[in-house]
Design a binder for this molecule. Structure first.
Ligand SMILES: Nc1ncnc2c1ncn2[C@@H]1O[C@H](COP(=O)(O)OP(=O)(O)OP(=O)(O)O)[C@@H](O)[C@H]1O
Length: 249
């Protein structure tokens, strides 16, 4: 029997007034895998992640993480998950170390100083660990946001554009860090990204959203084969422009 899904959506739907942000979205994500949510601007990625975190209440359907219904019993599992988004800011006047300490305390991390030291080394934060969070460059902020997301060594990690604002070299080693974290902890990772190279390199599976609905769901290699393309960027354009109908299973 396959292991129960670590993350699952069951007919998820979210409506804002006249806008259907997410519609009939269902998926089950295997423990220990890395899955990408792909889609153009406004496709429903952040809304889906928000429902999986229990921050957005679905209009209909259910979001499950580690077996908990996130709209009703998220407190059972919140300590085992975490998220990163470049759109969520930290208190500006606190230093990076103080911010990480606050998050460590919120998550009940045992040896907070040791955990911060390990993260600072792994994500090269040392140079600005004692600088106010408001004085960081965009790329430094992204690395601190990832450190915050890893502070409690989560089993489930939801990442919204984890390498936004990073230069190609830094983005590459941040991806390696994410990959090693998954391997070490057997963590389940769901990430929204606009970077197709990142998705091709990191992800076992790709869920493609368009106008709030799943329009394809496969491994990166499966998508390339079916669309007859050499890279995911071309597949993404096929899907976005509606040229992909024949490639779908
Ligand atoms: N709080 C809200 N109130 C009204 N409409 C919303 C709200 N949140 C999202 N939407 C709308 O829902 C749709 C999906 O938005 P969402 O942010 O989930 O897309 P996305 O795929 O994450 O986009 P992007 O790549 O631009 O971040 C969009 O049309 C958006 O304008």
């Amino acid at each position: 029997m396959p292991a129960p899904a670590a993350i699952a959506g069951e007919a998820l739907r979210k409506v804002y007034g006249a806008t259907v942000a997410v519609d009939a979205v269902s998926f089950a994500i295997a423990p220990g895998s890395i899955t990408a949510l792909l889609g153009g601007n406004g496709a429903g990625k952040s809304t889906t992640i928000g429902m999986l975190m229990g921050l957005i209440t679905p209009t209909a359907g259910r979001a499950h993480v580690l077996g908990a219904d996130m709209a009703r019993e998220r407190y059972r599992v919140l300590h085992r998950m975490n998220f990163e988004s470049p759109y969520v800011d930290m208190p500006h006047r606190l230093t990076v170390r103080q911010n990480l300490k606050v998050f460590g305390m919120l998550y009940g991390v045992g040896d907070i100083a040791g955990r911060i030291a390990a993260l600072a080394e792994g994500l090269a934060l040392g140079e600005f660990l004692d600088r106010p969070a408001g004085k960081l460059s965009a790329g430094q902020k992204t690395r601190v946001a990832l450190a915050k997301a890893l502070i409690n060594e989560p089993d489930v990690l939801l990442l919204d554009e984890p390498t936004a604002s990073l230069d190609p070299d830094t983005a590459d080693w941040v991806r390696s860090h994410i990959e090693r974290y998954r391997d070490r902890r057997a963590a389940t990772i769901l990430l929204a990204s606009h970077n197709m190279g990142e998705v091709e390199r990191l992800c076992d599976r790709v869920i493609m959203l368009k106008a709030g609905r799943i329009v394809d769901d496969d491994t990166p290699a499966g998508l390339l084969r079916r669309y007859g393309r050499d890279d995911l960027e071309e597949v993404f354009l096929d899907v976005a422009r509606g040229h992909g109908e024949r490639a779908r299973p």
